[in-house]
Design a binder for this molecule. Structure first.
Ligand code: ADP
Length: 321
């Protein structure tokens, strides 16, 4: 393979830059030309393609976001759109494509392979960590750390004012961010979409804590499980306790990636280039599973729904008593 392309697509995630850097530098090390495609599939259709050098990925390993920018493209979901994208790849002599993004981006990548034979490798990157087939996706660890940092700060004021705080976190339809950050931040209750919950039980737990003399609490709610604001109102209504709600919002998407995410991104980026060099015959994805980096067929990413570890959830409940 003489020439490859790399793009970031879908929702951004801290560590995407580290992955772009790894793809570019590993490819150049092996004498392969690399093109950076800006704004994901939208840029591929609009021919926003530029050749990358060692220097063009300098000083980005520590930066959140993505220097290649990211976008969502309706046009790419049509055959005509993908044909334009393919023609641009062909005109640049790009033989293989590394797609850094979530499962939506992987679905698009697989179509490029199925319809035009483009060799594609997906690198999982999403703060939600909901991509099936990989234990970790780039960005998740950084986001969990951002949320834990926020919980620490909120706990200071919760303690001082003896209040109940509700912290609403991202995660789309999944509760991975809420669960990990809730455990690490010592949240008193964690509400996630995967596990049914009862307001009554949460209120009872709060009342019992109060009776024991614990006058402040932090409840984490994943956005997919409901509204933090509504939850705050309900708790106040049922217990009479003062509640405050913090919706963490987009600070969860930004920030300098953790060492874990940088290493994950560097290893996955290098592995994606090796897969293309070794001549994969189909669309593949890089995954991190049980401590190992592995290559898998791309369609595995959307062949199932990633499950929460219920043991882990129960542990969180035990520890928060
Ligand atoms: P993510 O990759 O973070 O899951 P999206 O679901 O928004 O983000 O997908 C990113 C882009 O991938 C979309 O804007 C679209 O261009 C492309 N895409 C998603 N699903 C498909 C599909 N089924 N067929 C073709 N392209 C798709």
């Amino acid at each position: 393979m003489n020439s490859i392309g790399v793009l970031t697509s879908g929702g951004d995630a801290p560590g995407m830059n580290a992955a772009v850097r790894a793809v570019v530098r590993k490819a150049l090390f092996h004498g392969i030309k690399v093109y950076g495609i800006e704004r994901g599939y939208a840029g591929l259709i609009n021919n926003e393609i530029k050749e990358m050098s060692l220097g063009s990925v300098g000083d980005i390993i520590q930066r959140g976001g993505t220097i290649l920018k990211t976008a969502r493209s309706l046009e790419f979901t049509t055959y005509e759109g993908r044909l334009k994208a393919f023609q641009n790849l062909k005109n640049h002599g790009i033989e293989g494509l590394v797609v850094i993004g979530g499962d939506g981006s992987f679905r698009g990548a697989l179509k490029l392979y199925e319809e035009f034979g483009v060799k594609v490798v997906g690198i999982p990157a999403t703060i939600d960590n909901d991509i099936y087939g990989t234990d970790y996706s780039i960005g998740f660890d950084t986001t969990v750390n951002t949320v834990v940092d926020a919980i620490n700060k909120i706990r200071d004021t919760a303690f001082s004012h003896e209040r109940t705080f509700i912290v609403e976190v991202m995660g789309r339809n999944a509760g991975f961010i809420a669960l990990e950050a809730g455990i690490a931040g010592g949240a008193e209750s964690i509400i996630i979409p995967e596990v049914p919950y009862s307001i009554e039980e949460i209120c009872q737990k709060l009342i019992k804590s109060h009776q024991r003399g614990k006058l402040h609490s932090i409840i984490i709610i994943a956005e997919g499980a409901g509204s933090g604001i509504k939850l705050g109102e309900l708790i106040k209504e049922k217990t009479g306790f003062e509640t405050r709600v913090t919706i963490l919002g987009h600070i969860q998407r930004g920030g300098s990636p953790t060492a874990f995410d940088r290493i994950l991104a560097s290893r996955m980026g290098a592995m994606a280039v090796d897969a293309l060099r070794e001549g994969i015959s189909r669309g593949m994805m890089v995954a991190f599973e049980k401590g190992e980096y592995v290559l898998k067929p791309l369609e595995i990413a959307f062949s199932g729904k990633k499950q929460i570890d219920l043991e882990y959830y129960r542990l969180a409940d035990i520890l928060s008593i």
